[in-house]
Design a protein around this ligand. Structure first.
Ligand code: FES
Ligand code: FES
Length: 160
């Protein structure tokens, strides 16, 4: 028998109350219940990082979390980084300018992992950046442009 539960959470600043099947992943909840398809799903095993979102202050893999585990919490997805009308987030702008993406499938996950790093630390070294992004896989770029983009975003992002 399908078990369902009501959850209340905030996603990109908007409060939601939804009834969900208890085994629905957070990734599927974001994509199909809320229509936020910027969060990509690749491996569905917690390996590729494409589904990375922020849960509170920490990045998480939304394919291996259940939506019910986000009950009462705040989620930030790639759609929450900037508004459609507004300027891009410094990380998005830097990925654009420094060839940080090609096909773009991995990009939302990289952006959220980089966001976690830069929110915690200014002026991280290259090794720290690579370590922070080590859970995100990219099949296209060779990572050099991604690392350069994170360094560039760090230089211009005014966190205050
Ligand atoms: S889809 Fe979640 S880690 Fe790959
Ligand atoms: S840009 Fe294609 S997988 Fe990273």
């Amino acid at each position: 028998m399908e078990r369902r539960r009501t959850i209340r959470l905030t996603v990109n600043g908007t409060r939601y109350e939804r009834e969900v099947e208890v085994r629905k992943t957070l990734a599927d909840f974001l994509r199909y219940d809320l229509g936020l398809k910027g969060t990509h799903v690749g491996c569905e095993h917690g390996v590729c990082g494409a589904c990375t979102v922020m849960l509170g202050d920490a990045s998480v893999r939304s394919c291996i979390l259940y939506a019910v585990q986000a009950d009462g919490q705040e989620v930030l997805t790639v759609e929450g980084l900037s508004s459609p009308e507004g300027p891009l987030h410094p990380l998005q702008q830097a990925f654009h300018e420094h060839h940080g993406l090609q096909c773009g499938f991995c990009t939302p996950g990289f952006l959220m992992s980089a966001l976690e790093l830069l929110a915690e630390k200014q002026n991280p070294g290259e090794e720290e950046i690579r370590e922070a992004l080590s859970g995100n896989l990219c099949r296209c770029t060779g990572y050099e442009g991604i690392v350069e983009a994170v360094r560039a975003a760090d230089r211009v992002w005014n966190r205050s």
